[in-house]
Each structure stands twice: as structure tokens, then as C-alpha cells.
Design a protein around this ligand. Structure first.
Ligand SMILES: CC(C)(COP(=O)(O)OP(=O)(O)OC[C@H]1O[C@@H](n2cnc3c(N)ncnc32)[C@H](O)[C@@H]1OP(=O)(O)O)[C@@H](O)C(=O)NCCC(=O)NCCS
Length: 226
């Protein structure tokens, strides 16, 4: 059993602790956080240690790290903290839910957080420091580079290339053989049919409320009674 330290004391850190506790061979032994953000010395019954002192108490030769950090600053915050952990000499673990659908020879880097109900088809390659929230489809031969965040119910079709730091909102859909440029922000519900330029922003179609009609609740309740 490997002993690991989780970065952060956020909801995401709580989730990571929960998933590691219930669905992994790893044992979480401590949390770490930048000193200026520490308000309590304990989180979920474990010690909270300042990040700049962590390697003295929990040396990288004996402990690994997991940094579950959000998409803030287009994933650059997560990238920065991951690189700092690497500079300290830590190897980072990845969590892949036992409830995700995967196949042998899955190619996933370090510090990835892959939730339940992701379908990851054969020949997919996922880099380091990526988050795949629940329920995405990642089509065969797609390559996801480092520091990417995929929220939920996103369809990335086969043979796509997803460059570093891209973000995908819920229910986005990507056509097969598409390259999503570095730092692209794909909004919820967007349908991407062409390659995207670096740091571009995409939104989906808006729903429009019908101004001429609404549901006649009296007639519905009358019918169900009858
Ligand atoms: C693309 C996005 C980042 C834009 O955010 P924003 O700049 O704050 O945009 P606003 O909320 O101010 O909306 C601006 C306009 O664009 C529309 N809009 C925003 N996002 C849209 C989307 N994804 N699809 C269609 N229209 C959208 C809004 O309705 C609004 O229209 P209006 O000007 O007619 O009122 C955001 O809407 C989005 O899709 N975020 C991802 C959400 C998500 O997946 N959350 C799960 C995270 S765990």
C-alpha cells in the first residue's frame, strides 16, 4: 500500500480523500497546503502540513502526492502546483475509478483524477495532471495532453488531439479527428466541428423561451384527476 499526501483542504480534496479511501490501494496519511491558507491543523482526521515544509516530514522517497486542483486560471494553477511537487521530487499518483470503463494497456500519466462512468476506449492516451469528471466518452485513438479539465457528459470522438490546458464544459461535443488548441475554453453544450485556435472560447446554442405559450397546468391537473 502506497502512502500519499493530498494537496488542499477544499471540497475537491475531500472528494479525493473519499475516493482513495473507498476505491484505491493507497493510504492517505496527510494533507498539505500553502502556509498562508492553513487555518486548521487537521482535516478529515489527518494532519495538515505546510507545503514548503512537507518534504522534511514526509520525504518523497517514502511518500507520493496527489494534487486535486480545480480549473482555476484555465488549469494553470493546477499546472503550477503539480510542477512544484515534481521539483520537490515527489512522484504523483493517479486515481482511476473502478466504476470507469477502461481497457488493458490504458495509457494515463501522473496526477490524473478520473471519476466514475468515464468510458475510455482502446488506444486513448491521457497525459499528466488531467481531470475527467464523471460520465465522459473519450473515443478511440484520442490523445489528451497535460493539464486538461473535462467536466461531465462530454463527448470527445475518436482520433482527436486535445492540447494542454483545454477546458470542456458539461455536455460539450467534439467531432472526430479534431484538434483542440492549447488553452481552448469549450463552453457547456458547444458542438465543435473544426480545429480550434489556442486560447479561443466557444459557446453552444442558447435555449429560447417561447413567449407565445406556456404549459396550461389547470388543464393538465384536470385531465389527471379524470
Ligand atoms: C462559456 C462560459 C465560460 C461563459 O461564461 P461567461 O463569460 O460568464 O458568460 P455569461 O454567463 O456572462 O453569459 C454571456 C452570454 O452568453 C450565453 N452563454 C454563456 N455560456 C453559454 C453556453 N455554454 N452556451 C450558450 N450560451 C451561453 C449566456 O446565456 C449569455 O447570454 P446573454 O448575453 O444573451 O444574456 C460559460 O457559460 C460555460 O459554458 N461554462 C462552463 C460551465 C460548466 O460546464 N460548468 C460545470 C463546471 S463543474
Amino acid at each position: 500500500m502506497e502512502k500519499i499526501i493530498i494537496f488542499g483542504v477544499s471540497q475537491l480534496a475531500s472528494l479525493a480523500h473519499f475516493y482513495f479511501e473507498h476505491d484505491s490501494p493507497h493510504e492517505v496519511v496527510a494533507f498539505t497546503l500553502d502556509k498562508e491558507y492553513i487555518t486548521e491543523n487537521e482535516f478529515r482526521g489527518l494532519p495538515v502540513i505546510a507545503f514548503d515544509e512537507i518534504e522534511g516530514l514526509y520525504p518523497p522517497s517514502q511518500y507520493k502526492m496527489f494534487l486535486p486542483i480545480s480549473f482555476k486560471q484555465m488549469n494553470f494553477l493546477r499546472k503550477r502546483k503539480y510542477e512544484q511537487a515534481k521539483q520537490k521530487g515527489y512522484q504523483c499518483v493517479s486515481y482511476i475509478s473502478s466504476k470507469a470503463t477502461t481497457w488493458p494497456d490504458l495509457d494515463v500519466g501522473e496526477n490524473c483524477f478520473i471519476f466514475e462512468d468515464n468510458t475510455i476506449q482502446p488506444f486513448v492516451k491521457i497525459g499528466n495532471n488531467c481531470v475527467l469528471w464523471s460520465g465522459n466518452h473519450i473515443g478511440h485513438h484520442t490523445e489528451i495532453r497535460d493539464h486538461v479539465f473535462i467536466t461531465s457528459q462530454v463527448v470527445i470522438s475518436g482520433c482527436c488531439i486535445i492540447e494542454e490546458n483545454a477546458f470542456f464544459g458539461v455536455n460539450a461535443t467534439i467531432r472526430d479527428e479534431t484538434t483542440i488548441g492549447k488553452g481552448t475554453l469549450v463552453g457547456m453544450g458547444a458542438n465543435i466541428t473544426k480545429d480550434t485556435p489556442e486560447y479561443s472560447i466557444w459557446i453552444g446554442a442558447k435555449s429560447a423561451m417561447r413567449e407565445d405559450k406556456s404549459i396550461d397546468i389547470d388543464s393538465i391537473s384536470h385531465k389527471t384527476k379524470g
